[in-house]
Ligand binder design. Structure first.
Ligand SMILES: [Zn+2]
Length: 269
């Protein structure tokens, strides 16, 4: 081996070593403490972390303004660098070692924590979500923060012990986060005109229109019973308790929602 070749090989080895060390470092988790939450992210997301922190803090303000109260407890926020990391977290949290998330699943929230796949990867690692639409990204952060706030007030803080309230949990997060937009409202109105609206509360959180259906049901409750009623309903973990508190029956509630939707002018939003 000539000395020139030796030097070349040595430099190559050094470059490989630097690359491997950098790569390992990119997987390292960093934790930062803030007023109502602890933020966890990996070194590879350092560049955009301020943007994600802004989404979180705007979301916290929206939730606290809506409920006219602060988050009662601090929570953990994990920004996952890839789907493997998110799946690994959910496998542990949900005690489902073989769980593999669907491509549309990008985040979750319960009383103590919010997990989210880092948004800039959504174009390649997710479906139905864009990494470029900042309004929609903000609404997803806010949606999950509503789940965190809701969990902190619910008898079942991680929603594992609930009966028939998916429509309420998801509808509340959709409504408060602003995901119940004009487009979704018009889709639900169309389905009603075509006779395709849900006939029981369980079906509200089913199918392609689940966000619009559940979100407009919460919009109706908020409008008919006033916002304070929603604060009271946060604690209940069964459909029957929610209906009892509203003083109505399931079929009556759906009938009233239908008439509210038929008369609702989506352009007034
Ligand atoms: Zn949700």
């Amino acid at each position: 081996m000539t000395s020139k070749k030796f030097l070349y090989n040595w430099l190559l080895l050094l470059a490989a070593f630097i690359f491997l060390s950098w790569n390992q470092a990119s997987d390292k988790w960093i934790s930062e403490k803030y007023e109502s939450y602890n933020l966890h992210y990996t070194t590879c997301d350092t560049v955009l972390i301020r943007e994600y922190k802004d989404y979180t803090e705007t979301g916290i303000k929206t939730v606290e303004n809506f409920f006219r109260n602060n988050f009662p407890q601090n929570f953990e926020l994990f920004i996952h660098p890839n789907r493997e990391s998110l799946d690994k977290q959910w496998q542990t949290d949900w005690n489902m070692p073989d769980f593999k998330s669907e491509c549309w699943m990008v985040a979750s929230g319960v009383n103590t924590k919010l997990d989210i796949l880092v948004p800039y990867t959504w174009d390649s690692l997710a479906c139905e979500h864009s990494s470029k639409n900042k309004i929609k990204i903000q609404r997803i952060f806010t949606h999950e923060l509503v789940h965190v706030y809701h969990g902190q007030h619910n008898i079942s803080p991680d929603f594992s012990n609930t009966m028939g309230i998916d429509w309420f949990i998801e509808g509340l997060a959709t409504f408060v986060s602003g995901q119940c937009d004009n487009k979704r409202i018009l889709e639900v109105k169309d389905a009603i005109v075509n006779g395709n609206s849900p006939t029981n509360l369980d079906s509200f959180w089913k199918g392609n229109l689940r966000y619009g259906q559940s979100g407009t049901m919460l919009m109706f409750i908020s409008s008919n019973w006033k916002q304070e009623k929603l604060f009271e309903l946060l604690q209940y973990n069964t459909k029957s308790e929610i209906l009892k508190s509203l003083g109505t029956k399931e079929d009556e509630l759906i009938k009233q929602w239908l008439s509210f939707m038929q008369n609702f002018n989506a352009n007034s939003l």
